[in-house]
Design a binder for this molecule. Structure first.
Ligand code: SF4
Length: 465
């Protein structure tokens, strides 16, 4: 079977090497819609990409849809010496690269006294390893085409910051990964190792059953490959074997694994085997007549945080308060309404799940400002439930997402297809059609998220305090 290597293949490899294997060798294809592809690759929607590069002079855009034709168009622009090439396509044999931007720089090449470097437009403000693999891949392709290899890779963020990195220090890791990818495409089946990245694989719902059937140790939540390797060397190869071992025995057999980790892993194996949770230590939450539960919806494709949802719980009284921005121009108003609400509830703890809410709140504070009272309240009252839960409770789950944990507690989202990724697609649809039902679905999804956080906090208060 003929399979291509693209810049996305590196992302897939980092999430799960089997993703590449299944894509290359499965009889049935698992095709995702393009927006979902962009979403998982930390990409941006075309409209946003155009906005970011709008300050550049002379942009030549590759418009052909057929890859070979798009490559011919790209080559023609490169030979003409266009300054910026948008949506170029680079091909060499079964390698195909789609850099968002190719930029002309001075230097000798087969194109004359200039050559091209590649950049991707990404939502992330930080350089991630998968971006460096992609940049190295573009550089390899460019070398084959213009006979000069760029020395630097580039990522352009939504605020037009150019993050650059030298490619040379990364070359060994890149080549090793590329050679593994080529072997997988040729038929080598990779090892199975469950991580949080699994859920991004379109094969996950079918392949996760495999790891459960073989009772694989990688099913433990947040376990390191090295830890699994050392346990396997010690003869502990399944969850059942780990659950049946004493910590003293494990310490003797796997002395290189930290004793605290051995205890946590053993307890998690017991939790999974016996389908029950284990409380490791008591948790403490502030006493307050009013509690707030907070969740943000964002459209990463547009770098746009459009909904701040708060659930206020006062005894048996509950009220949901959505703060919504229909466009980035309304973001400031949304923030000010949210801040006004916080100013009226400066003593209420604000529970959220994961780091994201804090990150967005600090970003909005610096972008739009905030009153001293609201700033102090947010600094004092934001409580990450996940951060508190991790050291205190062991759950019989491989994944500690809010969806997984709330489902374990019996909570259900109203929409059957509720997920963070789908909510982005619903929002994109709403932007196109302005269909009220879509918006309602998004609001319900956000409300269910904050209600799930409230259910979890209440469960922890009853069971782990
Ligand atoms: S369960 Fe995870 S590691 Fe295993 S094949 Fe599926 S995605 Fe990959």
């Amino acid at each position: 079977m003929f399979a291509r290597v693209t810049e996305k293949t590196f992302y897939q490899y980092l999430k799960c090497p089997n993703w590449i294997y299944f894509d290359a060798h499965a009889l049935e294809k698992n095709v995702r819609e393009p927006l979902m592809e962009q979403l998982i690759d930390d990409g941006l929607i075309e409209e946003k990409q155009r906005e970011i590069i709008s300050d550049r002079q002379e942009i030549a855009e590759v418009t052909a849809e057929d890859p070979e034709e798009a490559f011919r168009q790209t080559l023609a622009f490169m030979r003409e010496g266009r300054q910026t090439i948008f949506h170029g396509v680079l091909i060499d044999k079964h390698w195909i690269g789609h850099p968002d931007v190719l930029e002309k720089v001075e230097g000798k090449s087969t194109l004359r006294d200039f050559y091209y470097v590649a950049a991707d437009l990404k939502r992330s403000r930080f350089l991630r390893d998968e971006f460096k693999f992609q940049g190295s891949f573009y550089a390899d392709l460019l070398e084959r085409i213009q006979k000069v290899k760029p020395q630097m890779g580039y990522v352009i963020t939504p605020d037009r910051t150019v993050l650059k990195y030298p490619l040379a220090p990364f070359v060994g890791e890149y080549e090793l990964t590329l050679s593994e990818i080529e072997k997988i495409i040729a038929g080598k089946k990779p090892a199975h190792f469950v991580t949080t990245g699994c859920k991004q694989s379109p094969w996950f719902s079918s392949c996760v059953g495999e790891s459960q059937t073989c009772d694989d140790i990688s099913q433990l939540n947040r376990v390191w490959r090295q830890e699994v390797h050392l346990l396997e060397q010690a003869g502990v190869k399944t969850i059942a074997q780990l659950a049946a071992s004493s910590v003293a025995d494990l310490k003797r057999r796997a002395p290189l694994v930290h004793p605290d980790r051995l205890e946590i892993m053993r307890d998690q194996a017991v939790a999974i085997k016996e389908h029950r949770h284990i409380i490791r230590r008591a948790m403490a939450f502030p006493e307050s007549p009013v509690e707030l539960f907070f969740d943000i919806e964002s459209d990463p494709l547009r770098d746009f945080d459009y909904l701040f949802g708060l659930l206020a719980v006062e005894g048996k009284k509950e009220s949901y308060h959505p703060f919504f921005a229909a466009s980035p121009a309304q973001e400031k108003d949304m923030w000010e309404e949210f801040v006004g609400f916080i100013e009226r509830h400066t003593d209420a703890p604000i529970y959220h799940y994961g780091w994201f809410e804090k990150e967005v709140v600090w970003r909005f504070m610096s972008r739009y400002g905030i009153s001293a009272a609201a700033k102090e309240a947010l600094e004092r009252n934001l409580i990450d439930v996940l951060e508190r839960l991790r050291p205190a409770v062991i759950l019989p789950l491989s994944f500690y997402s809010l969806k997984d944990i709330a489902a374990y507690l019996g909570f259900h989202w109203r929409a059957d297809d509720a997920s963070g990724a789908n909510s982005v697609l619903w929002f994109e649809e709403w932007l196109k059609k302005k269909d009220q039902k879509r918006l309602q679905k998004i609001l319900e999804y956000n409300e269910d998220d904050v209600r799930a956080t409230a259910v979890l906090k209440q469960w922890l208060a009853q069971n782990a305090c």
